[in-house]
Design a binder for this molecule. Structure first.
Ligand code: ASP
Ligand code: MG
Length: 481
């Protein structure tokens, strides 16, 4: 009989320190009694940020600072190793692995500081070190518990394109490599602990899948291995109806659809990397979000179709690290191709456009990008439209960073009249001004732009309006006659 296969990913907070790693090892051990497990691990919480900082300091010539970061990271990892791994030869082995990885990091920073240049390729290699450090630690802790385990670097498994900092997998080859490398381990009763976040090009050059990309690693491996389910273990109970720091009545949603989860991920609900579900779309593998600090809670199940909660709206989300860019002036009505040129410019910069709105008067086009992309986008647009501004065809290209997007999400909003009206009147009752509005034709997301200071009020108003804080009805019991 085919054994149940689960891919379990543990995020940065779940492997944040020795006690967290011990909890992870318990969860994996428990699951391994029920079937096969492939673990995927992130770097310990905050480590990737520190590594990137070290690389940037090195680029600026401050090698001393980079060195201090590495020292602190060594201390953090050594502390976890000495608390968790007691077998002397195993401890020597893990310490050796970590030492080699740290030496590589310092070496890379040295080169970077000499050249005063940090290429995307080097940055990927430095940022990957955190995962490469945590995988052998977790594998060794499992072995301490008597569970056979082996750390595997995902450069051996996930083959990607060469887009450093946000690579995408090439699934066919990934499938072949992952199976060839992991199946024999599983067959021998060994739990592979793979590094999240990273892959390699066909030529073996290391790439990363983008910040927070370990979720994506888990679904890529899940799809490659035809897993029965994927569990993303994190530090929250699942997907919530809203951010509980902003809306205290927020609740965990028992089941949502791939589409809903993706909409939420794009719009700031930090539980899931936005690309995560792409990898499993075809196979329809269920993906769970669960809390490694409260494994007894059921979490959220993400399935192809989800489950209705009775109303159209499932959840709300908001992002504040965004900026509004407007290209406008009455002259643009007659100007062909403003839209085309605007978005070719953003495309060239690979700026992530989150929302677009243009009124039929065509007086201006406004769109939102992540704050980190804002300045260079405006600069590039000013260059692109320099002639038109000079001839007063384009009057202004402006940037407003003090705004936020709020999105109302739910697959069953499609065809349910009145969701937009209810959303906007609930917000209007609180005197919140709407700056721009967008609803995609998929109708599973209504997004609106408000001043940043109004974001919380808008979220609370809509959450109340759609009764999202009310207990979620359990599925009607099936009557057995
Ligand atoms: N460690 C990586 C990051 O911080 C990947 C991840 O945690 O998912 O972005
Ligand atoms: Mg994450």
């Amino acid at each position: 009989m085919k054994k149940l296969l689960r891919v379990m990913k543990f995020g940065g907070t779940s492997v944040g320190d020795a006690s967290c790693i011990a909890r992870v090892a318990q969860i994996v051990t428990e699951a391994s009694r029920q079937g096969l497990v492939v673990a995927v691990v992130s770097a310990m919480g905050g480590v990737t940020n520190r590594l990137i900082e070290a690389a940037r300091r090195a680029e600026a010539g401050d090698l001393e600072h980079a060195h201090r970061i590495f020292q602190a990271l060594r201390k953090q990892h050594d502390a976890a190793v000495s608390e968790l791994i007691h077998d002397p030869s195993r401890r020597t082995w893990v310490s050796g692995c970590l030492g080699t990885i740290f030496a590589e990091g310092e070496q890379l920073c040295k080169g970077t500081s000499l050249l005063h240049e940090l290429t995307p390729r080097t940055l990927d290699t430095v940022s990957s070190l955190g995962e490469r450090l945590s995988a052998p630690m977790v594998a060794a802790v499992l072995e301490e518990l008597g569970v056979r385990s082996e750390a595997v670097e995902a450069t051996e498994l996930i083959v990607t394109d060469s887009f450093h900092g946000g690579a995408d997998p090439i699934m066919e080859v990934t499938r072949e490599r992952s199976r060839a490398r992991l199946r024999p381990l599983l067959d021998r009763g060994i739990i592979p602990v793979a590094t999240g976040f990273i892959g390699a090009t066909e030529n073996g050059v290391l790439t990363t899948l983008g910040r927070g990309g370990s979720d994506y690693s888990a679904t890529i491996l899940g799809a490659a291995l035809d897993a029965d389910e994927i569990i993303i273990w994190t530090d929250v109970d699942g997907v919530l109806t809203a951010d509980p720091r902003l809306v205290k009545e927020a609740r965990t949603i028992p089941e949502i659809s791939y589409r809903e989860a993706t909409e939420l991920a794009y719009f700031g609900a930090k539980v899931l990397h936005p690309k995560t579900l792409r990898a499993v779309e075809q196979a329809g593998i269920p993906v769970w979000i669960r809390n490694s600090f409260a494994p007894e809670r059921p979490g959220t199940k993400i399935t192809p179709k989800g489950r209705t909660n009775g109303g159209g709206v499932k959840a709300l989300t908001a992002i504040r690290d965004v900026a509004l860019i407007t290209v406008g002036g009455p002259g643009i009505v007659g100007l062909p191709d403003v839209v085309g040129r605007t978005f070719s410019t953003t495309a060239e910069l690979k700026a992530n456009v989150l929302l677009i709105s243009q009124s039929s008067s065509q007086n201006d086009i406004c769109f939102l990008v992540a704050t980190e992309d804002a300045r260079r986008t405006v600069e590039a647009l000013r260059k692109e439209f320099a002639q038109d501004v000079a001839h007063e065809k384009v009057e202004h290209i402006t940037l407003d960073p003090n705004i936020a997007i709020v999105a109302v999400v739910g697959e069953n909003m499609r065809g349910t009249p009145g969701v937009a009206a209810r959303t906007f009147s609930s917000v209007a009752r609180e005197n919140v001004n709407l700056i721009a509005i967008a609803q995609g034709s998929s109708e599973s997301n209504i997004s609106f732009v408000v001043a940043e200071k109004d974001m919380k009020t808008a979220l609370q108003a809509a959450h109340r309006e759609f009764g999202l804080g009310a207990p979620i009805l359990a599925e009607p019991a099936v009557k057995v006659c």
